[in-house]
Design a protein around this ligand. Structure first.
Ligand SMILES: C[S@@+](CC[C@H](N)C(=O)[O-])C[C@H]1O[C@@H](n2cnc3c(N)ncnc32)[C@H](O)[C@@H]1O
Length: 240
């Protein structure tokens, strides 16, 4: 079992990946960023299980989109991918600060940074070897508008509301995946059952014949069923 801690300024917390989570909500970020939850832990459990395989691929640039507290990318940095460069991105600036603090608390390495931005907009095409995204996946009437100032109180609304079918944000990523992944690059994307992930995967494969898609893990979380799918670019450098 792997132990993990978030910074004291954020949560006083020690997480055992399989079990306990104790939060003391004392932080400057509290109420502004997404607290680690069942979806975050599903990703940690998956990477704990397949960590050796992921590390064997020797990804050089690893990007977590929508990093929230930074728990997933810090976990990867600390336990799985010690030689990669990790970028934790989020549209919410408070998450970028929290992710840097979480990493500094746990891994204290220089191979980690954070960028505020919309999905992959700040990244070079064909540059990402490993991409991870736990998106706003909950079906909702609309996707909240992005606040104009850091002081706005509505940043957290962007964490869960995913618009129609909960797929508005994820669909935008899927449309850019073929462009942003490096040759042989991989993306691990989390879905809830209401996103209809098997249908999404089928349609994606029709549009992207050079990809392979596989369901990696699925778990009931309360009344929701969560899963993580791997989208693998099988095109090599030569094919591009
Ligand atoms: C469900 S939370 C996941 C947080 C964290 N990765 C975790 O697993 O605990 C979704 C995150 O995506 C971010 N987000 C929403 N829309 C985004 C966008 N267009 N670009 C980048 N990040 C976005 C939210 O701010 C939020 O931090």
């Amino acid at each position: 079992m792997l132990a993990f801690a978030l910074p004291a300024t954020y949560f006083v917390v020690k997480i055992n990946v399989d079990a306990d989570l104790m939060l003391a909500k004392l932080s400057p970020y509290y109420d502004k960023i997404y607290e680690p939850a069942e979806d975050s832990f599903l990703l940690l459990d998956l990477f704990e299980e397949i960590g050796a395989t992921v590390a064997n691929n020797k990804p050089r640039l690893v990007v977590e989109l929508g990093t929230g507290s930074g728990i997933v990318s810090t976990f990867l940095n600390q336990h799985i991918l010690k030689n990669a460069f990790l970028i934790a991105t989020d549209i919410n600036p408070h998450c970028c600060h929290a992710a840097i603090a979480t990493n500094a608390k746990n891994a204290a390495t220089v191979n980690f940074d954070s960028i505020q931005g919309d999905l992959t907009s700040s990244l070079r095409p064909a540059s990402v070897d490993l991409l991870i995204f736990n998106p706003p996946y909950v079906p909702s009437p609309f996707v909240p508008t992005v606040p104009e100032s850091a002081e706005d109180q509505t940043w957290l609304d962007l964490a869960l509301d995913g618009g129609n079918d909960g797929m508005a944000v994820t669909n935008r990523l899927l449309q850019s995946l073929g462009k942003i992944l490096a040759p042989k690059g991989q993306a691990y994307i989390l879905f809830c059952a209401r996103n209809n992930p098997s249908m999404v995967a089928e349609q994606f494969l029709k549009d992207h014949p050079s990809f392979r898609v596989e369901k990696m893990i699925e778990r009931k979380a309360g009344w929701e069923v969560l899963s993580v799918y791997l989208f693998q670019n099988t095109a090599s450098q030569k094919d591009r």
